[in-house]
Design a protein around this ligand. Sequence first.
Ligand code: OOG
Ligand code: NI
Length: 459
Amino acid sequence: MTIVSQWQLRAEFARRLSEMYGREVPAYSTLVEVSREVNAEVLERSGADAERLGSIARVTSERHGAIRVGTPAELSQAARIFGALGMQPVGFYDLREAASTAVPVISTAFRPVEAEELARNPFRVFTSLLTPADPRFFDEDLRTRLERFLAGRVLFPPELLELADRAERERELPRADADRFVGLAVRAFELSAEPVDKAWYDELERVSAVAADIGGVRSTHLNHLTPRVLDIDALYRRMTERGVTMIDAIQGPPHREGPDVLLRQTSFRALDETRRLRLPDGTVTTGALRVRFGEVEARGIALTPRGRTRYDLLLAETDRRTAELGREHAAQVVWQEGFPRTERDLIDEDLAYFTYHLRDDRPRDRRPPATVAGLLDGGWTAAEPIVYEDFLPRSAAGIFQSNLSGEGSRDNSREGVRYDIGWLAGAIDREIHDPYTLYQRQQDSSLAEIVKKLGPADS
Ligand code: OOG
Ligand code: NI
């Protein structure tokens, strides 16, 4: 009997989800097709450089999905399904603070955390949790009705969760169970044909389109699936030429000379989808809802806390100078002055994470120097950038926001409820990894390996 390991389950789930989403949202297939074209061209143009942040095989199959759930109980069930696939919660994002429009959610991302697992298949899912307890969005009455509605629905069938627990525990499943598990998991994220209670949906939509998408229906669904592209500026132009309306801007660092850092993302606007709607008099009709969209992203080097602080400062500075120079020009000027243009400068200023390995042609007749810079200068080691595997709250808010139809409403005279990574971990009873710790560990273990092989440094 064939055994299917966790990473194979993850790869199959991602592939099957992609097939499903291509059927549900055909424009997604266009995005995947154009990403492939662009990636092939970059590979042709730049050769080995194109693969500096991941092999073309990895990048071609790489996707992230986004889902939204209503309660901590639903989130912990989702965590069991992703746990089965070798994906663990990493990072905490508070979208309530990042957006000017009403986005009443906090989020984490499920992904593999080990370098080998990421190399095998880096599938990740940005997962948002509705915050009905935040009085800036929901008054007492609405909160009570919303929580009652959420408590009464079942997103994931028991059989799916049982198979998930077994796969998480045993880190594999026999073929037949694997097929059953993946089939049920994909089905759990399909758009439901069940009629939507229009009055209830509309009431929530007046608060926030995201609240309606989550709490206005009795099931969940994939919100988008995002391929990775090596040249997002080229992709943006080409989608526009094909007549697909993209959001106004690419989120994240601007296009510039030098290595890509963090994450750049853009999306096409949410499309009309035909849904069955139940009217107050009980009749069922069809109408259009707009919630699902297509997104694409380019990934760069992971930044250290110091690098991230610099990034946040540059974003703020860009905002400040936008009135005077226009957004694009302001970003160019600010980044030109404020951010290094070579990997080596990123290392020297401790702005980004790298792994180090010994060079075959290193000196053999001397004791090694004691610093990373010394090892690089003397030809002992080479550095490989660590790719950013996570998300950015402000970009995520930008993606959410540009896909909302109405503004929603938020009562800023009221005090919001505070949530943090510790609260979320407690709510789902799982550790939520800190992304910096994961990157740092990867960098440190590569350096420890070098020290072990080279022996004592010159002092
Ligand atoms: C999630 C939006 C954020 C990203 O890539 O930053 C996101 C959502 O729309 O549910 O997916
Ligand atoms: Ni996304």
